[in-house]
Write a protein that binds this ligand. Structure first.
Ligand SMILES: C[S@@+](CC[C@H](N)C(=O)[O-])C[C@H]1O[C@@H](n2cnc3c(N)ncnc32)[C@H](O)[C@@H]1O
Length: 388
């Protein structure tokens, strides 16, 4: 497999589904991502539109590893100068699998692998070109991921640099937003039928799930807001700084048809929150995408909201207590939310993303599904309630 798409843990199947939709037939699921194989045309399409992936990595090298020194040797023996130049800054990231750590506990210090790999890489350049590339820990041109599993090391070139999950519509002014690709994965898991169902985000915060729902409904490519930069020929992803890779990716942009879809669509989507500031932020974020006319924004306590329609899909991402409010204050909110679902949401489906299980239990309704997802380091449950 020549590529690896990383994604949030729990969304691997959804990420695989997106790849298959784009014509990627050969793929293998693993924890935190999907390995896949495809031609240059397909990878270009995939790159523009994978919504659930965080990054796309390209496999460059693979070798056997028994010691830290092996890593130096293999990094030194590989002809990096045929792919990159000494002018390209570099950054190495190492991940050692749990399996490897069980067999080799001293490998826990992955910094040593980093160090050895970087030394081999720069030494080889010095020998070939008389100059060593600089290390840049923030915005390197060449980000290499060294992944060690058992006794195999795989080296990937990170095509993205800045992650695909950064759509570009969000101001970072909100304290507990979901990552865009996690929100996109949740939209997929809810399986909303946008023609028949009404989508309500009940505690929208900065509006991430509403916007991802619109991206899905209108088939807006994940990288859409970056297209202006591409047209202006600005390098925003790492592969664009490397001629060998830039040539391989012919990114074809079909801006007109996306804009046309946005203009001509009618959708039943609501964003609600109790906090005025959150709603203002949601509006701003929608405006950045030109989607503000497609969403009804309401200041509303969702625990008291009574929808006029029955075929709703409600998504709620309440505060977790770990981050925003305190647990005691939230007990009532969760309880009241559950009561309101029972009373006023007959005929609808509801999804609660909760990072606090005791609080989730305050919703005294039977779940039809519970999916484990990670919001950053916080283990969450996406609980589904069918309210029929
Ligand atoms: C964890 S944040 C949601 C983050 C959001 N998913 C995002 O990606 O930005 C929780 C939100 O719930 C809102 N909230 C808390 N209690 C509420 C209630 N009873 N009704 C509506 N919104 C509420 C807060 O104002 C906050 O914006």
């Amino acid at each position: 497999m020549n590529y690896f798409a990383t994604c949030p843990v729990g969304l691997e199947l959804a990420c695989q589904g997106e790849l298959i939709k784009h014509g990627v037939e050969k793929n293998i699921l693993s924890r935190g991502g999907v390995s896949f194989e495809c031609d240059d045309l397909t990878i270009s399409k995939v790159f523009l539109d994978l919504k659930i992936a965080s990054r796309i990595l390209y496999k460059i090298h693979e070798f056997e590893v028994r010691s830290f020194e092996d890593v130096y040797k293999h990094a030194h023996d590989f002809p990096w100068h045929r792919l990159f130049t000494e002018k390209n800054t570099v950054k190495i990231k190492t991940l050692v699998s749990h399996e490897s750590l069980k067999e080799n506990p001293d490998w826990k210090n992955s910094f040593l692998f980093n160090q050895k790999f970087k030394d081999g890489y720069v030494d080889r350049f010095r020998e070939e070109k008389g100059q060593r590339p600089y290390v840049d820990k923030q915005f390197a041109d060449v980000v290499l991921h060294l992944y060690i599993d058992k006794n195999r090391a795989i080296v990937y070139f990170d095509l993205c640099g800045h992650p695909l999950s950064h759509r570009g519509y969000r101001d970072e002014g909100f304290s507990a937003p979901l990552r865009e690709n996690l929100a996109a994965g949740i939209v997929n898991l809810m399986g909303i039928d946008f023609k028949q169902e009404h989508f309500i985000e009940g505690m929208c915060g900065s509006g991430t799930v509403v916007i991802e729902a619109l991206y899905k409904a209108l088939q807006i490519p994940a990288t859409f807001l970056h297209w202006r930069n591409l047209e202006l020929n600005r390098n925003i992803w790492n592969f664009q700084r490397i001629p060998a890779f830039k040539e391989r990716f012919a990114l074809k942009l079909d801006k007109e048809s996306v804009v046309e879809r946005i203009k001509s669509s009618k959708l039943n989507i609501w964003a609600m929150d109790i906090d005025k500031k959150a709603l203002a932020l949601t509006r701003e974020n929608l405006e950045r995408c030109g989607l503000e006319n497609l969403v009804t924004i309401n200041r509303q306590d969702i625990t008291e909201f009574k929808p006029k329609t029955s075929n709703n899909v409600l998504f709620v991402n309440p505060p977790y207590a770990k981050r925003l409010g305190e647990e005691e204050e939230l007990v009532e909110t969760y309880y009241e939310l559950g009561e309101n679902l029972k009373k006023n949401f007959t005929g609808s489906r509801a999804y609660i993303l909760a990072g606090n299980l005791p609080l989730l239990k305050k919703i005294s309704l039977r779940t039809s599904k519970k999916i484990i997802l990670f919001n950053g380091p916080i283990e969450c449950r996406l609980a589904e309630y069918k309210l029929f």
